[in-house]
Write a protein of this length. Structure first.
Length: 191
């Protein structure tokens, strides 16, 4: 599976780019804002989601791990496919999280082809997963804490669980590996 691509953005269409990586061109579907930010770059890195069906293999690219994680949560909801989700991601991670926490159905229905029922499903299913946004704020934390958070989420812990565990065990001198190990131990004691 492809997790990240770094290369030269070459051809731009309305909803995708052709990213040239060592002589191989990958068509990557991206949010409009990401596409626009890549227009003048000679080199770009995108976090990739590989969508496979019996008749299709599509790549979706995002400029941050956070955007990729939110995209994965959105497409896990029945009735919301990757084409609609990538259009939703164009609104920005922070605005989407705020709309979920405030149960703003109108925000979601402003996305083309996203109806009221699916908008309500997004809010109902993602609100518990995203939780209280203030509790998830890690701004000002060390790069090690940020990396450890991503590692814990990658291991299957929720963002809330990972943040709480890291708050309990974090020390500025700890390496990423040490932080992850301490957090996992802490999470094991809580169960």
């Amino acid at each position: 599976m492809i997790g990240k691509l770094t290369g030269k953005p070459e051809t731009f269409t309305l909803d995708s780019i052709l990213l040239s990586v060592r002589g191989v061109g990958y068509q990557v579907f991206v949010p409009q804002t990401t596409r626009n930010s890549l227009l003048k770059l000679n080199q770009a890195s995108l976090f990739i989601y590989t969508h496979v069906r019996e008749d299709t293999l599509d790549l979706y690219g995002f400029d941050s791990r956070e955007a990729l994680q939110l995209f994965k949560l959105v497409i896990a909801i029945s009735g919301v496919g990757p084409k609609i989700a990538v259009k939703l991601m164009d609104k920005g991670v922070d605005r989407i999280q705020t709309a979920i926490s405030q149960a703003d159905v109108d925000f979601f229905t402003s996305v083309p082809r996203l109806g009221r029922k699916n908008a309500q499903k997004i809010i109902i299913e993602l609100k518990p997963k995203l939780g209280d946004l203030t509790a998830l704020d890690l701004t000002g934390e060390s790069p090690q804490s940020q990396e450890a958070l991503e590692a814990l989420i990658g291991l299957g812990f929720t963002k809330r669980e990972a943040v709480e565990a890291l708050k309990q065990v974090a020390s500025p001198k700890d390496s990423v590996e040490t932080l992850v190990a301490k957090a996992i131990k802490s999470l094991g004691h809580q169960q």
